[in-house]
Design a binder for this molecule. Structure first.
Ligand SMILES: *[C@@H]1O[C@H](CO)[C@@H](O)[C@H](O)[C@H]1NC(C)=O
Ligand SMILES: *[C@@H]1O[C@H](CO)[C@@H](O)[C@H](O)[C@H]1NC(C)=O
Ligand SMILES: *[C@@H]1O[C@H](CO)[C@@H](O)[C@H](O)[C@H]1NC(C)=O
Ligand SMILES: *[C@@H]1O[C@H](CO)[C@@H](O)[C@H](O)[C@H]1NC(C)=O
Ligand SMILES: *[C@@H]1O[C@H](CO)[C@@H](O)[C@H](O)[C@H]1NC(C)=O
Length: 392
């Protein structure tokens, strides 16, 4: 008789229905048997809603806490760009500026002629021309000579880059950048901006930004010392501002330069993209020693984890690019330029410049580029060595 309960044997006749005082009163809320259909539906609905809220909460909470495992990778040196052959590793871009700047990017011959790129055994300098004025032939009325170089070699996920930067460009109207991209396949193959700012006249915060095609967001858990700006990396949002992070107040411009510059390190891996900026005095010894180990560097300056962005799909065939644009779609925007550059109008006796001033207006970015050559003497990049390590 296994399985039967004791009560089954002792079951007596069913109790008579007992009528008592309670039955004459309104049913109590906990008297489940008396609930009507409507009450049951309401209760079921409430339970369903509670379950949904809990499930959504758990999923959202997990998503919020999701973070990649940046476990240590071993790197070995694959490329060094340095010394007198520094610029041999790059192509000189000499077409129209894709960013609508007032700049004529010159080829390597003209760059050499105007000494816009210059490499010694220890440094490589890339500058904006300061010899052309409004009165020379050629003049700078439709743009000033500058340089944009793109590395011949391209890199994909699984590389660590270390850039020694001695001097960042300064000047009203400038828009310098040190970045990586595949310009022929933008934004499909992504863009990683390591150093960028506009109209820097003293110390400023460096900006580090990704630009991608659709499906890449940084509105996720991140571990970084920099300040998060906009979170969508997609080119069609926020006017193509990208997902930026800004560094410390002395990470670009005079503060950075006067401390001897520093090192920018960027790890491009499946788990994410991390960028560290080190001032010269605090470059880790494993970097100077030539065996960089990002797992020993602490929190990154900018962290772009793969949580909501497939790094392998969005970042491919990246060339190293350095340029100094002038004015253009960021630096030259009237409000942006006016905010950072307080240039005085030309004096009345500067008659020979009157035409340009009338046409393009004084106190504008265009006027600065065309007429104020000496304002660009500090508009130069100075680089030490660039090293690329690949993960084994
Ligand atoms: C070119 O620029 C470099 C770096 O500023 C400088 O040392 C060199 O003298 C310049 N060369 C000429 C020919 O002006
Ligand atoms: C600048 O140079 C162009 C081309 O040589 C010339 O047509 C123009 O008149 C010049 N502008 C000024 C203001 O000298
Ligand atoms: C954004 O990228 C897409 C390709 O992914 C391209 O078709 C579109 O023109 C780009 N838009 C802007 C504003 O850059
Ligand atoms: C990357 O570049 C290589 C060599 O030019 C090319 O074969 C390949 O298709 C490119 N990959 C992508 C995803 O653009
Ligand atoms: C030239 O540029 C300097 C530095 O930005 C600025 O102080 C000066 O006002 C400019 N001069 C003119 C005539 O615009």
């Amino acid at each position: 008789m296994a399985g039967r309960t004791k009560n089954a044997f002792n079951m007596g006749p069913p109790p008579a229905y007992k009528v008592d005082d309670e039955d004459t009163l309104a049913p109590r809320w906990y008297d489940v048997k008396r609930w009507g259909k409507k009450v049951w539906i309401a209760v079921a609905t409430i339970i369903a809603i509670v379950i949904i809220i809990i499930v959504v909460g758990v999923v959202e909470g997990e998503k919020k806490n999701k973070y990649p495992d940046y476990t240590k990778l071993s790197y070995s040196l694959t490329d060094t760009i340095s010394g007198t052959s520094f610029f041999d590793e790059f192509d000189y871009f000499s077409g129209y500026d894709p960013s609508a700047g007032l700049v004529h990017y010159v080829d390597s011959t003209v760059a050499k002629q105007y000494n816009l790129t210059y490499a010694s055994s220890s440094t490589a300098i890339m500058r904006v021309d300061t010899s052309v004025t409004a009165d020379t032939v050629p003049n700078a009325s439709t743009g000033r000579f500058s340089v944009r170089i793109t590395s011949k070699k391209q890199y994909s996920v699984g590389n660590l880059f270390v850039f020694d930067v001695v001097h960042t460009p300064i000047g009203c109207g400038t828009w310098p950048a040190l970045w990586l991209s595949d310009p022929a396949n933008w934004p499909t193959n992504g863009e990683i901006d390591l150093m960028e700012n506009v109209n820097v006249v003293s110390s400023a915060a460096n900006q580090m930004t990704l630009h991608t095609s659709s499906g890449c967001s940084m509105g996720v858990k991140r571990k970084e010392t920099g300040k998060q700006l906009t979170t969508s990396c997609v080119n069609t949002t926020d006017g193509n501002a990208g997902c930026g992070v800004s560094g410390s107040a002395t990470s670009f411009g005079s503060g950075f330069n006067s401390a001897g510059g520093g090192a920018m390190a960027m790890e491009l891996r499946t788990e994410g993209i991390r960028i560290w900026q080190f001032a010269r005095a605090s470059i880790p010894s494993d970097i100077t020693g030539g065996s960089p180990d990002p797992s020993s560097w602490g929190e990154a300056t900018a962290d772009f984890p793969n949580t909501d962005c497939n790094i392998n799909n969005h970042f491919r065939n990246q060339s190293i690019i350095a340029n100094i644009d002038l004015c253009g779609s960021w630096a030259g925007t009237a409000s942006v330029y006016a905010e950072s550059c307080k240039c005085t109008p030309l004096l009345p006796f500067e008659m020979e410049r009157r035409l340009i001033v009338t046409v393009i207006g004084s106190g504008t970015c265009a006027n600065q580029v065309a007429n104020n050559a000496t304002a660009f003497t500090d508009a130069y990049w100075e680089f030490g060595k660039f090293s690329v390590y690949s993960a084994s």
